[in-house]
Design a protein around this ligand. Structure first.
Ligand code: HEC
Ligand code: HEC
Length: 287
């Protein structure tokens, strides 16, 4: 700031006051549209992940994919703004009136430092999906497919209508990334769905497939609803509920092979899948 040097004492006082004011304005303006100063630091995302696990995963899920109490942060389109500065503000100030706390409100002691917040933002950027956020499909057609030829509704409920074997998909569009949904349809067994609200429980409740042969030799297949040392509750593929006493059956076999059919391109062309994704996303945002 060369212009700020002055010889006379009076001038000096005035000019430095002006300079201070100018500096203040400049820093303030810069702050309002600040970009992540750590954006190019390769270690920032790693450190941020550490912070994230400690302070945020409880609500936003591991991998920031959304948990019982917080939305999926891997979606490119953020409700409270996508810019670095807006993310900073959301994380620092929280979202009043929601469970999203202000920085420092949930941990013991002081909150994250400014640097740590930028690290968390680096981490969020590193897991954020790179695909366009607007679904390219046609939601109206997707709805027809969902309950029509693609038969998703035989196993999945949306807004209270549909089957119960698979998870309710009403909120899936707002809690999951497009990539996650596409992958769930193309490769159901890769990652079994978790009850969304159960995600952070000690025993995660997954949609595990189970096959039980009862004492009379009859075979049942379905998903585990509940289980303890002695009993197993199952919803079979015809949506019949069964309660088995484990010592009274011939066998109980669990598998991580999803009961959901693997929809390949022949069963469900890419365009149809995009329409269904658009339908699921339209559900998510209408809430
Ligand atoms: C107690 C639960 C909870 C914790 C802990 C929490 N959040 Fe949130 N967060 C929420 C909820 C709920 C929302 C959605 C607020 C709303 O309704 O708009 C949210 C929203 C956000 C958003 C805005 C998303 C958007 O679409 O605009 C960001 C970013 C975010 N959280 C980051 C974080 C980070 C980073 C941490 C850890 C430092 C954290 N949150 C800790 C519950 C939580
Ligand atoms: C025969 C029953 C069945 C049919 C038909 C079916 N699903 Fe599924 N689906 C399941 C089950 C069971 C799960 C839970 C296990 C898993 O994750 O694969 C599941 C999981 C999912 C998930 C993951 C949800 C999450 O939160 O992780 C999505 C998304 C999904 N299904 C979408 C669809 C769509 C779209 C269709 C139609 C194209 C469809 N499903 C057809 C049974 C079915």
């Amino acid at each position: 700031m060369g212009i700020c040097f002055s010889r006379g004492l009076r001038d000096f006082v005035i000019v430095s006051a002006l300079c201070a004011a100018l500096l203040f304005v400049v820093t303030f303006a810069a702050r309002a549209q600040e970009e992540n100063p750590l954006a190019k630091d390769p270690n920032a995302a790693k450190l941020g992940e550490f912070e994230f696990r400690a302070n945020c995963a409880f609500c936003h899920g591991l991998g920031a994919r959304g948990g019982g109490r917080g939305p999926d942060l891997t979606r490119a389109q953020k409700k409270h703004g996508n810019s670095d500065a807006e993310l900073f503000r959301t994380i620092n100030e929280g979202v009043p009136g929601t469970a999203m706390p202000q920085n420092g409100a949930t941990q013991q002691g002081v909150g994250m430092t400014e640097e740590e917040i930028w690290q968390v933002i680096s981490y969020i950027r590193s897991v954020q999906v790179k695909t366009p956020t607007q679904p390219t499909g046609n939601a109206v057609r997707g709805k027809e497919l969902f309950s029509g030829s693609a038969a998703c509704a035989t196993c999945h409920m949306i807004q209270g209508k549909g089957g119960r074997l698979g998870p309710d998909l009403t909120a899936t569009g707002s809690a999951r990334s497009i990539e996650y949904i596409v992958d769930s349809v193309r490769n159901p067994s890769r990652r079994l769905a978790q009850g969304i609200s159960e995600a952070m429980k000690e025993f995660t409740q997954e949609y595990e497939t189970v096959t039980v042969v009862d004492a009379g030799g009859q075979k049942f297949q379905g998903v585990v609803l509940n289980e303890d040392s002695f009993t197993l509750q199952m919803l079979d593929t015809r949506e019949q509920l069964h309660l088995f006493e484990k010592d009274k059956v011939r066998s109980v076999e669990k598998s991580r092979e999803s009961l959901m059919p693997k929809y390949d391109e022949k069963m469900l062309p890419e365009k149809d899948l995009q329409d269904i994704v658009a339908y699921l996303l339209s559900q998510g945002s209408s809430k």
